[in-house]
Design a protein around this ligand. Structure first.
Ligand code: AMP
Length: 426
């Protein structure tokens, strides 16, 4: 295929072209090169793309092109996303890209008042970016009419499935016109997602960018450390490392909140992002991190889903994630679109199996590092191995729990999705 090297070759409406220039995109990313011409032709797309590849603009630009013609003030494009943060990010990007057009976008999600969303729907919008729960709510009480939808986008479909939204998605799809264009994006393709895609896509073109493997622009390192020394190690590491914006992941919302508090006590400009916070508090944390008010954001997986902050120099997994997919998504927060980033993961003896699974996907052993002058006691970071050894430490209780979790995660790829317990935890 002869790939365009600039946006002019897509022959987009000049108002959209002007917005692209204002935003500062000079050339399309690989997924944009592949997807935009196909979407412009009106074809269905199955996009296998991880976060940070530019996939949002890949579907928004051709959608805006379509909406610049035809009737206004009715919902013609519906974009469904798993989290409020991601929905808000897509909505903001459609405002930015559509700034010179008359196309209106709005977002719909729970956790905030319903009436402003109902009022915005009454005023009329062509693009609706929605999370499944509140969308069904508004469909139920007749506040939204989806009978004019021409394009449906399902973004991060695998994550929606992980969060137990698959039945909701099916109910939403039943309310849409059968004759429509469908764009389906997912970073991974477990069986239940594949079945959904087969069911709703009509002769799709597959667009595949760097499936599953974490972004190549990120370098990875493991920091073996006993669990009780993690916080001390983090402080030493931060004091020795030249960093820009740092995103730290913890396993639970309590750990995120407490770690952020500890960092603030040590005079770091840090804040937390976790599921116990209101939508306004979360937005303030994300905005503060994006605008430079905070250097460090301590987050849980689901809360951090979809935050679009460029120039994150370091992702630190204070706690290793429960699945390889979650590792990929966390790491996708750094190294976004041709920037380089560092991914550090703190690992204890409990994490051996997950390290092995991650290394398998990366196709290489991750470098082990020690923080110089740090007192590890009897612990030897350099002898940390992810290989099966006869003298490997006995399985601890939390290790057994984690093994059970990753087995059930493997099972969920084969069976229809079950809501995961971490929906409550984060
Ligand atoms: P996404 O994968 O859609 O979340 O996009 C990741 C980041 O890449 C966002 O910050 C976008 O603004 C940015 N981006 C998208 N397309 C381009 C482009 N063609 N050139 C530079 N940055 C881009």
């Amino acid at each position: 295929m002869n790939c365009p090297v600039n946006f002019e070759q897509f022959s987009l409406d000049r108002r959209i072209g002007a917005a692209i220039k204002t935003i500062g995109y000079t050339e399309p990313t690989p997924i944009q090169q592949q997807a935009i011409p196909v979407v412009l032709q009106g074809r269905d797309v199955l996009g296998l793309a991880q976060t940070g590849t530019g996939k949002t603009a890949a579907f928004l630009l051709p959608i805006l092109q379509r909406l610049t013609q035809g009737p206004l003030r009715r919902v013609r494009a519906l974009i469904v996303a798993p989290t409020r943060e991601l929905a808000e990010q897509i909505h903001q990007m459609s405002i930015d890209l559509g700034q010179n057009t008359r196309v209106r976008s709005m977002s719909i999600y729970g956790g905030v008042g319903k009436m402003p969303q109902v009022a915005a729907l009454r005023r009329g919008a062509e693009i609706v970016v929605a999370c499944p729960g509140r969308l069904l709510d508004l469909l139920g009480d007749g506040s939204i009419n989806l009978s004019h939808v021409e394009v449906l986008v399902l973004d991060e479909a695998d994550r929606m499935c992980d969060m137990g939204f698959l039945p909701d998605i099916r109910r939403i799809i039943k309310r849409l016109p059968v004759k429509r264009q469908t764009l389906f994006f997912s970073a991974t393709m477990p069986n239940d997602i594949r079945a959904l895609a087969d069911n709703i896509l009509n002769n799709p073109t597959t667009v595949q960018i760097g499936m599953i493997a974490p972004a190549k622009t990120v370098s990875h390192a493991l920091y073996p450390v006993p669990n009780n020394l993690k916080k001390k190690l983090l402080l030493d590491l931060l004091s020795q490392t030249r960093t820009g914006r740092v995103l730290i992941f913890t396993r639970t919302k309590y750990r995120a909140r407490n770690l952020a508090r500890d960092l603030v006590k040590r005079k770091y400009r840090a804040t937390a992002l976790q599921g116990n916070m209101s939508q306004n508090q979360r937005q303030r944390a994300i905005n503060g991190f994006r605008d430079g008010k905070y250097d460090i954001l301590v987050a849980t997986d689901i809360a951090a889903r979809g935050i679009d902050v460029t120039q994150i120099t370091h992702v630190i997994n204070f706690d290793i994630p429960n699945t390889v997919d979650a590792y990929t998504h966390r790491i996708g927060r750094t190294g976004r679109v041709d920037q380089t980033g560092e991914a550090y993961t703190f690992v204890s003896e409990d994490d051996v199996q997950m390290v092995r699974a991650i290394e398998k996907i990366l196709g290489a052993q991750i470098e082990r590092r020690r923080v110089s002058n740090f007192d590890y006691g009897d612990f030897k970071p350099e002898s940390y191995s992810s290989q099966r050894r006869s003298n490997q430490p006995r399985q601890t209780q939390s290790n057994r729990r984690r093994t059970a979790r990753s087995k059930s995660s493997a099972r969920s790829r084969r069976k229809p999705a079950q809501p995961r317990s971490n929906k409550q935890r984060v």
